[in-house]
Each structure stands twice: as structure tokens, then as C-alpha cells.
Ligand binder design. Structure first.
Ligand code: PMT
Length: 424
């Protein structure tokens, strides 16, 4: 039997072919092709899609026929944002991204779970379904996360197959040991998705280890009466993706968040607020402990002066709402005697760079990330975005890409600029 470590140790094994998240802005997101074969651990593959995307990857999913008995393609399509493929001879799919194009598209291929049957077919170079054909057709490095009954894993046939695949350069993550769905205990559990994602897409450097980050994320709601509010289109996608990317670089991140439906990354400390005044209080109460402050929230600039205590009745033909200015949270933080490294965002409909540079100067920020909003792709609510990042004597453009990938690139830039300031 092959001696190998199991579980988290092994999942973090490094390998030349793993694609670290680059410190420089990537021209595009890393592309991961996720293959799913038919085992009970397939339910975990849904979480793996999320974890890979959180780390900035674009993910496409290919399932074997048996995998479809354990998890629906629709779930994986919804999570990956792309159609899921299973058929080798699917005229519709072959007219779009054919299986050879898909094989070339991938920077990395991971099969999780990899069953005993799939491992045997890969060992013998079979191409009797889309997933095995893709493995033969791709030049991308292949990672397997085996999952099966412990006796099947220990069987000499499986062990010989694994030895041959490893000798061919295939990377193994796991299996982990523990109690299994079949009631037995032993080696054969699929390594946890979060560990697979970390091993596939390691973050270079981790240079924010020990750095305390405080962020604002999402919209604010300014009450008109107990049931109505003034709000905006911020979904929180950009802010939460940035929080996850900073965490992956080792930072300790606290998020002060307005109402959104985004599920925060594991381990993120979240403080829920509604209004700009609540957000301001939550930030000012915590800012003394932070090294880095990032304002990704779309804070309402104005609020109703006197919200009604009871629901306003629709008796009048028109009503007037008097608004008063909200405090500028970012400007307040940057004006502290000993401000943290302060990163603002700028949401602009026109002259994006000029307006953003004016905000950088006026609010005395360390850096600002500007995005175009209100027209075309990107900005509010969208899954994709582009930024132009400015600091006193520099700029960097981060092109249109999925928000998790953009967040990974922005986190790398923030780490770089923060490092330059603290070194200087
Ligand atoms: O949430 P998503 O749907 O993913 O969309 C992302 C985003 C478009 C909301 C995000 O990328 C973004 O641009 N966030 C900042 C939006 C904004 O309010 O920009 P602004 O140009 O109006 O404000 C400039 C800066 O001052 C921002 O950092 C803002 O957080 C901060 N500000 C503004 C007003 C205020 N009262 N307090 C503040 O702290």
C-alpha cells in the first residue's frame, strides 16, 4: 500500500502545478474544471464550487452519469454560473464549447469525489464518458480527491491504480480518515472542500498575517417609517468577496455590513447594521484596533430627517420628505489623528478616474478603488466588475472579471501598497 498522509496535512501539500493567486493583477481568473463522479461525497462538491469561486477561480463542472444520482446538475449550474456537462456526444454543447475546447480551457482539473471506478478508468486511459475523455484531452494538471468505502480504498487493485496515476504526475488530495457514510471507520473520506480549494489555489505570501482589517460592506437603509426605507442597489458581493480574499492572505477581518443576502465566508466576524448612523457607530467603536480600514459599503449620503413613528398613510396626493446629510464614515476614519491604512471605493457614472482621484485627495485616503456604475457590465449587483485603483503617485487597472477573482487581485494590491507604506 502507498504510504501517504491523509486529511488536512496532505491537502496542503504544495505542487509545482498548483496555481498560486498572483500578487500582480491576473489578466483573467484561474480556470478550474471540476469533475464529479458518483459517490455520496458528491454532495460536498457543491460547497467545493463555492470555495473555488471564493478563491477567485472561474469554475466549470462536468459530471459522470452516476454523479447525477447524488446531486443535481441544476445545483452546480446555479453555483458555478455555467451549464453543467455530462454527455460526450451532446450536439448542442459541442456546437458551443466542445469537449476539446473545454479541455483546453482549463488551467487545472480536479475530480472530487474520485470514486474507485473512475480511478480505475483513468488508470487505463478509458474515454468512455465526457469526464474521462477530457482528462485524456487536457494538458492541465490533474488533482484527484478520492472518496470511497475504506475496504475499496485499501484493495490492492485501487492501490495499484493510484500508484500508477501518481507515477504519471497526478496529484492526490486525501482521502481523509474517519467515520464513513456506510458506517465503517477508516481512510476513504473526501478531503473537506475548503482544504481542496486551498490546495488548488494557494495564496502566495499570506503577507497580511496578523493584520487587523475593518471593512464596511453592502447598502444602508434609511428609515422613512417603520416599514419603508431609502436604500440602494449594493448586493454586498464585492465587499464580501474582498473580505474573503483578505482572509486568505492571513488578515483578521471584521465586517460591518448592511442588509444583504450574501453568505459570508467562514470565520469572518460580522456586525450587522441597517442605517448609516449605525454603521458609523459600529466602525468608530472598532477602528482603534484596526491596521487597515476598507469602505466598500454604499452608504446613503442622506437620511430622512424625522422618520415617522407609524406607517405613513396614503391619504395625500403628494408628500415631501426632508433629507439631512449622513456622516461620511470613510472621511471620519481617514481624519483620525492616527488613521489606519485607509482604502475607499468610488462608484461613479462618468469621469470615473477623475472623480475618484478627487475623492482620494479630498478624503486623504491611502488608496481608492473606482468602479463604473449605472451602465453596462459591472458595478452594483452584477457578478462581475472592473476597477481602477489609485494612490498618491500610482494607479493600476484591474480588468472586468468575476468579483471573487477581482477581489483576489485587489487584495494582492492592497497587501502590496500596505507593505510599501509600512516599510516606508
Ligand atoms: O455590493 P455590490 O452589488 O457588489 O456592488 C459593489 C459596489 C458598487 C457597491 C462597490 O464596488 C462600491 O463602489 N462601493 C462604494 C459605493 C459608494 O458609496 O461610493 P461613493 O463614491 O458614493 O463613496 C465613496 C467612498 O466613501 C466609499 O468608500 C463609501 O463607502 C464611503 N462613504 C460614502 C458615504 C458615506 N456617508 N460614508 C462613507 O463611508
Amino acid at each position: 500500500m502507498i504510504e501517504r498522509r491523509t486529511g488536512s496535512d496532505q491537502a496542503f501539500d504544495s505542487m509545482a502545478s498548483a496555481a498560486p493567486l498572483a500578487a500582480e493583477a491576473p489578466a483573467r481568473a484561474p480556470r478550474v474544471l471540476l469533475g464529479i463522479s458518483g459517490g455520496i461525497a458528491a454532495y460536498k462538491s457543491a460547497d467545493l464550487v463555492r470555495r473555488l469561486i471564493e478563491r477567485g477561480a472561474e469554475v466549470r463542472v462536468v459530471m459522470t452519469e452516476a454523479a447525477r444520482a447524488f446531486i443535481t446538475p441544476l445545483t452546480l449550474q446555479a453555483l458555478s454560473g455555467h451549464p453543467v456537462r455530462s454527455e460526450l456526444l451532446d450536439p448542442e454543447a459541442e456546437a458551443g464549447m466542445d469537449h476539446i475546447a473545454l479541455a483546453r480551457w482549463a488551467d487545472q482539473v480536479v475530480i472530487a469525489p474520485a470514486t474507485a471506478d473512475l480511478i480505475a478508468r483513468l488508470t487505463h486511459g478509458l474515454a468512455n464518458d465526457l469526464l474521462t475523455a477530457l482528462v485524456l484531452a487536457t494538458q492541465a494538471p490533474l488533482t484527484l480527491a478520492p472518496a470511497m468505502n475504506q475496504q475499496m480504498w485499501a484493495h490492492p487493485a485501487t492501490q495499484e491504480n493510484i500508484a500508477r496515476l501518481v507515477a504519471r504526475g497526478v496529484r492526490l488530495l486525501g482521502p481523509a480518515s474517519g467515520s464513513q457514510a456506510c458506517g465503517e471507520v477508516g481512510a476513504g473520506r473526501m478531503v473537506e472542500p475548503v482544504e481542496i480549494a486551498a490546495a488548488m489555489l494557494p495564496v502566495s505570501g499570506g503577507g497580511l498575517r496578523g493584520v487587523q482589517v475593518l471593512m464596511t460592506v453592502g447598502p444602508t437603509r434609511e428609515a422613512i417609517d417603520p416599514v419603508r426605507f431609502i436604500g440602494n442597489r449594493s448586493s454586498g458581493k464585492m465587499g464580501y468577496a474582498l473580505a474573503a480574499a483578505l482572509q486568505q492572505r492571513g488578515a483578521q477581518v471584521t465586517v460591518v455590513a448592511g442588509p444583504t443576502s450574501v453568505a459570508p465566508a467562514l470565520g469572518l466576524e460580522c456586525v450587522a447594521v441597517e442605517s448609516a448612523l449605525e454603521m458609523e457607530a459600529a466602525v468608530m467603536g472598532r477602528v482603534a484596533e484596526c491596521d487597515l480600514f476598507i469602505a466598500a459599503a454604499a452608504v446613503a449620503d442622506y437620511r430622512p430627517e424625522a422618520p415617522a413613528l407609524a406607517k405613513i398613510k396614503k391619504d395625500a396626493d403628494s408628500i415631501a420628505l426632508r433629507l439631512v446629510r449622513n456622516p461620511d464614515i470613510l472621511a471620519r476614519v481617514a481624519a483620525l489623528d492616527r488613521p489606519p491604512f485607509t482604502v475607499g471605493f468610488a462608484a461613479e457614472t462618468d469621469q470615473v478616474e477623475a472623480h475618484a482621484r478627487a475623492k482620494l485627495k479630498a478624503k486623504r485616503l491611502s488608496m481608492i478603488a473606482a468602479n463604473q456604475v449605472g451602465a453596462g457590465e459591472g458595478g452594483f449587483e452584477s457578478d462581475r466588475n472592473a476597477l481602477v485603483c489609485l494612490w498618491c503617485d500610482g494607479r493600476r487597472e484591474l480588468p472586468m472579471m468575476p468579483k471573487p477573482a477581482l477581489a483576489a487581485a485587489l487584495a494582492a494590491l492592497i497587501e502590496e501598497r500596505y507593505g510599501a507604506q509600512t516599510a516606508g
